[in-house]
Design a protein around this ligand. Structure first.
Ligand code: DLZ
Length: 154
């Protein structure tokens, strides 16, 4: 049984028609990241974010998210969402990518001009990733978009 929980009344999230949002998406495991992106966009549009106020940037892999988000912070956006999917393989690549990406995004939150939301799945296998990107455990992209609106209006 999963212990994950994210209970929120979507109606309590304010409309965000004035917000400018940057989304940086990793192309690695794009079947997963595209679903996360869709989850984010659906939520943002439901909260009246204007399509022209959303800038989307693609990067090759999660390791490149930090640089992409840094560039995105330099644009006139109120918040950035970093979307990626790292799936454990047979080598230590997983640890290096996860550590570098999470630390890099943390640093951008400390030093950058606007918040960066961490929407990077770090799963043991593809089944877990599918479950969290629009499957039985919801869509972390949707949750990231909610976090983005909350952080942008702080
Ligand atoms: C190389 C690599 C590997 C093995 N696995 C993943 C992954 O599961 N998820 C992901 O987003 N990226 C992966 N990458 C690519 C790296 O993030 C990066 O793009 C390359 O190392 C080039 O810097």
């Amino acid at each position: 049984m999963s212990t994950e929980s994210f209970q929120i009344d979507i109606n309590q999230i304010p409309d965000a028609n004035n917000l400018k949002i940057g989304i940086v998406v990793s192309n690695w495991n794009s079947n997963i990241t595209n679903n996360l992106l869709k989850g984010s966009l659906d939520l943002l549009y439901s909260k009246k974010v204007i399509k022209d106020n959303i800038q989307i940037m693609n990067v090759p892999g999660s390791f490149e998210l930090v640089y992409g988000c840094k560039k995105m912070q330099e644009k006139q956006v109120d918040v950035v969402i970093a979307i990626g999917s790292v799936i454990k393989g047979e080598t230590k690549h997983f640890e290096f990518i996860c550590n570098a990406t999470s630390n890099g995004i943390k640093d951008l939150n400390v030093n950058g001009r606007c918040p960066v939301i961490f929407c990077v799945l770090t799963d043991d296998n593809l089944k877990q990733s599918i479950a969290r990107s629009g499957g039985e455990l919801g869509n972390k992209g949707t949750e990231a978009a909610i976090a983005a609106i909350k952080m942008a209006i702080i």
